[in-house]
Ligand binder design. Sequence first.
Ligand code: GCV
Length: 704
Amino acid sequence: MKNKIIYTILIFLTITKFSNASDGYDLWLGYHKINNASLKTNYKKIFSSIYLKDVQKNATIKLIKKELTWASKLMIEAAPLFTTDSNNASILFRIDEQNKDINEEGYGIKAWTKNSKNGVVVYAKNEVGLLYGCFALLRAMQMQEDLKTINTISSPTLKIRMLNHWDNINRTIERGYAGNSIFNWHTLPDYIDKRYIDYARANASIGINGTVVTNVNANALFLTPEYLLKVKALADAFRPFGIKIYLTARFSAPIEIGNLKTADPLDSAVIKWWADKAKEIYDLIPDFGGFLVKANSEGQPGPQNYDRTHADGANMMAAAVAPFKGIVIWRAFVYSNETPEDRVKQAYNEFKPLDGKFSKNVLVQIKNGPLDFQPREPFHPLFGAMPKTPEVLEFQITQEYLGQSTHLVYEAPMFKEILESNINATQKVVDVLEHSNNELTGISGVANIGSDINWCGHPVGQANWYAFGRLAWNPHLNANEIAKEWIQQTWSHDEKVIDTIQQIMMASYENMVKYMTPLGLHHIMGNGHHYGPMPWGNTLNREDWNPVYYHKSDSYGVGFNRSISGSNAIAQYDPFVQNKWKDSSTCDEKFLLWFHHISWKHKMKNGNPFWDELCYQYNEGVNGVRKMQKQWQSISMHIDEDQHHQVKQLLQIQLNDAIWWRDACLQYFQTFSKLPLPKGYPLPAHDLKYYQSLNFPFAPGNGK
Ligand code: GCV
């Protein structure tokens, strides 16, 4: 009897221990088997007669058929049947150009019941809309929704939903932590890697409709005829998925590949060069999206080299692509080599006066915060400050400053924090993006995708790609819900697994902020590669590349005074926002050291002296990782062993790193505060000198 029980338990464990074995390549599109019997029966019924028009004629419709076939075989273990009789189909895909409830890219899914038969209609204005509808239907099935009651209408409010790859011609990736670039320029155009198709499919499944395949630190060679043919091959592969291709444009390209003596945007030969180049591109790729430009930033060439403004440069390129309905996305990530001004003020100072001076087809792309993708930044003051200019929000999905691909950090809560930030009493960042006066609206994310088998390095890194896409489609979605969707599609239908991973993910962002840069600290990472703590860093030539510039520790306290008595960066915000942050005694404490130089003895809102609170926060961050480890361990019997093991190992690295961050930072700041660690906290394993001696010349992501 006893043996029988043990045997039964073992069988049970083997079965529940997951049929979803996966190396992560399938992303959220693995279509795991539906175990709920009644749902499965109904899904089977309605998959037994699907009507799709123009399968032979239209490449996107062909993709829908393929996706349905694939998903059906995996989820319900039956091949779907397709019918040519639209009257008797249980799933009807219908183009409805006149539908007023959806926009150009939107879709609707509606259940119907007739004579005890049920089914769904998926409708959209065009084929790509139907593809989005198809993915939404399959997502609903993965979420085990009852298709007898489904009734969804969804239209994206942002027109440009794009990934920015910082991928180089030699396949290295600047700030990439998941292997090489997936774009193999050497074998293009003749070889279309399956990865390109799988990449486009994954993007389409979450509504991403644009991709910039080249680094913003641009290489002019991409604009040569040889490379444009390669770009065309990619564009052709992506088109059926509704994805447009964009390129970064090196401002000095007319000199580098055009034999001109200047790249001055007002020079007639330069103007002609770009116009000809645009025509050459559009002859090859009629739906080419346009150019993304980083100019006069971190050593990149730009119009200021010729005493022209950003608007002069952007408008010249915009004129070149305008005849083909192309656009120019001009980045506002600028700060000067020479100006001693607080770095976070510079983009606003340069761009605000240019509002109204950009051509109609120019958008200005602004990072989420005014510095550089720190673990936590206040929103960028340029949002809403250029009412005559369409503004695109740039997030960084790749975890340059967020532990790279060894830390589990779910970014949706960070994305939401920015989107939901009030820029004034009545408007949020998301309102600025959605209600831009111009019909151009957009959002972009710096991709975390590489050639690693699971695409993103950390198995949970995929969730950030997924969440970015879902929020780009609908910025009002909730981070928790998105996490649930991703887990359920990627890992398991098991409630315990879903719940546990969801808890881990939802706590992970705040937790990382605590062990890296709590209470508004920023840019105290290792020089260059940005991995690990280096608050003592003061050796780089540029003052504002050095951590000491940002925390300004001294015997009095710590933090960058950006209030009226300091750099007054706070003045760049609306008075409504200023009121929340301008006074150190009332300032939202998550931004305390961002805006204020705070005494080590400053009294926090909870009554703690500042130094104690800093120690508490760092320790809480470490404890948070320990908690994640425990939670992860609790589901070890319910998910794929290899994947469980991968995350387990990474969590150990994350814990070691969190301890390293805490011990290095607290000891360093202690040299100024001269205060003891509050009782009960562990003593660091090493002295400060040890942490200062560590260096990582081969840390990834330099991307040269
Ligand atoms: C592509 C930061 C990164 C750079 C990046 C730059 C940018 O400074 O460290 O690698 O360059 O941002 O956004 O242009």
